[in-house]
Design a binder for this molecule. Structure first.
Ligand code: OAD
Length: 237
């Protein structure tokens, strides 16, 4: 039977595409407190600030940001691996899709989508959002928000992620600091299920000791090497 792989990516996978990570020096929060721009309470208190924060990030994402060799290598693994590969990303950008990934589970939502809090419809969205934005489904203004998961909200796709982790043979965490749950706990679930675990990161993280194997270095170099090794190991089987 072919092996099942679960890949978890974080902000580090897109760092070399020019998107800042959250916890690096000069982090992505643009000087804001996380509570002010990434919680339902922050949105309720100052919707204009929160919409502006995500509008700026959406514009930057659409301003010529391109996938890097790590994104395209993962897409190749998804296409060529004979077993299942579940790609879970904490990133809200669309670089995995642009890199050719046939499936991406965005557990923290997507910047290029908006959600109507009045009718719950989720729609593709590339414009700025504001209180004047009109939902294309219920045609009402005033309920549109970014389709991103804020702190205190339930990440998306947890049923599928947990079920796949239970039958995983290999778990890889790429470019994530392992500081935000539930994603930070996936390595333990995979280990419990008997999977081999590998961490690919520029530096050691707070959860490094849990992993069986480590590839230290930039994702754009290490991920293609890892994918070549994996696909090479299948040749002749
Ligand atoms: P972090 O900013 O916490 O961590 C980024 C990780 O990427 C760090 O461990 C870096 O060492 C690593 N890294 C940086 N550049 C790299 C490179 N070129 N190659 C390989 N690794 C590199 O980002 P996340 O772990 O993704 O959630 O953060 C998790 C969540 O925290 C985010 O999804 C977001 C944030 O709060 C929400 O907004 C809900």
């Amino acid at each position: 039977m072919s092996e099942t792989i679960v890949i978890l990516t974080g902000a580090g996978i897109s760092a070399e595409s020019g998107i800042r990570t959250f916890r690096g020096p000069d982090g992505l929060w643009e000087g804001h407190r996380v509570e002010d721009v990434a919680t339902p309470e922050g949105f309720e208190a100052d919707p204009v600030l929160v919409q502006r924060f995500y509008n700026e990030r959406r514009r930057a994402l659409l301003d010529g940001i391109l996938p890097n060799a790590a994104h395209t290598a993962i897409a190749r693994l998804q296409r060529e691996w004979p077993g299942d590969v579940l790609l879970v990303t904490q990133h809200i950008d669309h670089l995995h899709e642009q890199g050719g990934s046939p499936q991406v589970l965005h557990m923290h939502g997507e910047l290029l989508k908006a959600r109507c809090t009045l009718c719950q419809a989720v729609q593709s969205w590339e414009q700025d959002l504001s209180a004047e934005s009109v939902c294309t489904t219920c045609e009402t203004a005033g309920g549109m928000r970014p389709h991103v998961v804020w702190f205190g909200e339930m990440p998306l796709g947890m049923g599928e992620i947990e079920a796949t982790l239970q039958r995983a043979d290999l778990f890889a965490a790429i470019g994530t600091s392992g500081q935000v749950y539930p994603a930070a706990g996936f390595v333990n679930a995979a280990k419990y299920a008997g999977a081999k675990t590998i961490e690919i990161n520029l530096a050691s993280t707070g959860t490094s000791e849990v992993f069986d194997e480590h590839l230290l270095g930039p994702a754009s170099e290490k991920v293609p090497l890892w994918v070549d090794t994996l696909l090479g190991s299948r040749k002749g089987k």
